[in-house]
Design a protein around this ligand. Structure first.
Ligand code: NAP
Length: 516
């Protein structure tokens, strides 16, 4: 079905010529530092008096400033999107796909520049930043395929009527994105809206507005008319409710924390004066992901998988592993191997440009929250690796393993969103599954086992949106691992699939009497 589709491949930065290109991109970024971002409403750039800073978490350097939308500007942006919808909804699928293919081309042309801003603003290493860009290319290319299939509608019976059931766009949507994939997720959500014929207002996370804006500028050049997308930075606590409550908003595409996602879900359920239609919410939220290691597992492989899942990008992926559920008879061997893996990943103060495996966490708020959890974990169990941190120059936390955690402890149940993994000892595979499923989340999970019976059981009983075996629980690949969680991890969005795009379309059934 996807013959000819190839996933984008991360750049190999060990090649000197690619390193040089990256350095050149950093120089380009340096020349732009101190910039001020505008709002973009209906194609017009608006600079507001109220601004907020974007900070490099590796060094605490101020990278630039962003305008901050007022209540009136939110309303203005939503109305601009509504105006643009009148024509964009009539655009052909062919035209939308052409724009998206152009966008993919622009992304490839500006790859190093986009990666460089992402590295500076989010604290990712080079590979993680480029991996994010690759996933975005995959999203774009896969949606170009899916939208053409969806254009066919659904097959119907024909009698003496001519019957058609086709997908149509919904109207104006809001996209609200997190900081941890400041390019990829910001982009994925607004691309899904645009390729389905909708228009939208697009709120980036306040920690990473520049990376989002740099993508937005490319999207403005891909051929879509002004007003189809509208850049609307501002604090979520100030403008979030205004956007969500607005009567012209038809859908909200949100990725972020459980608390904000649940708030949006609840508010969107209320029909406000002037509103036509019930709002649809696509919410992708947090996780408390577990990896089970049973007695038959390849322990070295399991330790590598848990370390990679828990510590890459400093554990700041919604899919990250934060609980290792380990059978008692392999516990000591596994923990020793995990410590060895974690020790390879120390978080030294750096520049963010040194491309170390482990960088800083995203902000002072994140640093404070994660270190508080480390101290809670120190009280609940034994810190057997890491537990050390410093915000001397940037926000650095060493990969931390906390052993001896019981299933009722806080760090066994609450999302930490940092480089911290709790080790919980179990006495049976059933107990492991029971603990894996006990949290309110249901995003990713993995099982290391060479016992077929356990694998089959877990396939049925491990209740998460993305389940893996003998592999890490991060790094979902578009068209291979459709991504999205159950329970309070979200509405099971499954990014990169036709199902994802269907979230933003109505199905219209049309029948014509042929005997008349
Ligand atoms: P967050 O605090 O929930 O923020 C996400 C977005 O919501 C930001 O743009 C934020 O704006 C905005 N926001 C804040 N308050 C709002 C309100 N009252 N109404 C509307 N919007 C509001 O999450 P985060 O810290 O950026 O991201 C980390 C979380 O995202 C983690 O829980 C992680 O697991 C989750 N995540 C999930 C997935 C997934 O696919 N399931 C992917 C990535 C991340 P400000 O930045 O201005 O506050």
């Amino acid at each position: 079905m996807y013959k000819g589709f190839k996933n984008a491949v991360e750049l190999d930065f060990s090649k000197p010529e690619l390193k040089e290109k990256m350095q050149a991109a950093f120089e380009q970024v340096d020349a732009e530092k101190g910039l001020t971002l505008p709002l973009v409403i209906g194609g017009e750039r608006i600079y507001t008096e109220k601004k907020f800073e974007s900070i490099n978490p590796s060094t605490k350097e101020v990278l630039g400033y962003s305008s901050s939308a007022s209540a009136e500007q939110c309303d203005q942006a939503i109305r601009a999107a509504q105006d643009a919808f009148a024509t964009w909804r009539k655009s052909s699928v062919d035209e939308r796909v052409r724009c998206m293919r152009k966008l993919a081309q622009l992304l490839v042309e500006n790859r190093f520049y986009i990666d460089a801003w992402n590295i500076e603003e989010s604290g990712k290493n080079w590979g993680e930043a480029d991996g994010e860009l690759c996933e975005l290319l995959d999203f774009i290319n896969s949606y170009c395929v899916h939208i053409q299939t969806l254009e066919e509608g659904i097959p119907l019976m024909h009698t003496d009527e001519h019957n058609v059931c086709k997908y149509i766009p919904m109207g104006v949507g809001a996209t609200i994105s997190p900081w941890n994939f400041p390019v990829g997720l910001f982009a994925n959500m607004l691309i899904a809206a645009a390729i389905t014929g909708n228009t939208s207002v697009n709120k980036p996370a306040s920690t990473t507005p520049i990376s989002a804006f740099k993508f937005f500028e490319l999207m403005e050049k891909c051929g879509i008319p002004a007003g189809v997308i509208n850049f609307l930075p501002g604090s979520g606590s100030d403008i979030g409710d205004l956007i969500v409550d607005h009567p012209l908003i038809r859908f909200i595409n949100f990725t972020g924390s459980k608390d904000v996602g649940c708030r949006i879900y609840e508010r969107a359920g209320k029909v406000n004066p002037g509103q036509k239609g019930l709002k649809k919410v696509v919410a992708e939220m947090g996780g408390k992901n577990a990896i089970i290691v049973d007695s038959s597992a390849n322990i070295a492989k399991a330790a590598q998988g848990v370390a990679s899942s828990a510590f890459t990008f400093q554990g700041q992926k919604c899919s990250a592993c934060s609980r290792a559920l380990v059978m008692a008879d392999v516990h000591d061997e596994f923990v020793a191997a995990l410590i060895e893996e974690a020790k390879k990943l120390k978080a030294d103060q750096g520049t963010g440009r040194d491309n170390k495996t482990i960088g800083p966490v995203s902000s002072k708020d994140a640093y404070d929250k994660i270190t508080e959890y480390i101290e809670i974990g120190r009280g609940e169990g034994d810190v057997v690796c890491g537990g050390t941190y410093s915000d001397e120059k940037g926000y650095y936390i060493d990969p931390t393993i906390i052993d001896g955690i019981s299933r009722t402890d806080r760090i066994a149940n609450e999302e930490i969103f940092g480089p911290v993994v709790a080790v919980i000892t179990v006495n049976s595979f059933d107990e492991a599954l029971d603990i894996a499923n006990q949290t309110e989340y249901g995003l990713t999970g993995s099982v290391y086992s060479e016992t077929r019976e356990n694998v089959i059981k877990a396939k049925d009983e491990f209740n998460v949106g993305n389940l893996y075996f003998n592999r890490k629980c991060t790094a979902a690949v578009v068209l291979q691992h459709p991504f999205g969680g159950f329970n309070l991890s979200g509405t099971d969005a499954k990014t990169g699939t036709p199902n994802y795009l269907r979230n933003f379309m109505y199905l219209k059934s049309i029948s014509e009497d042929l005997t008349f």
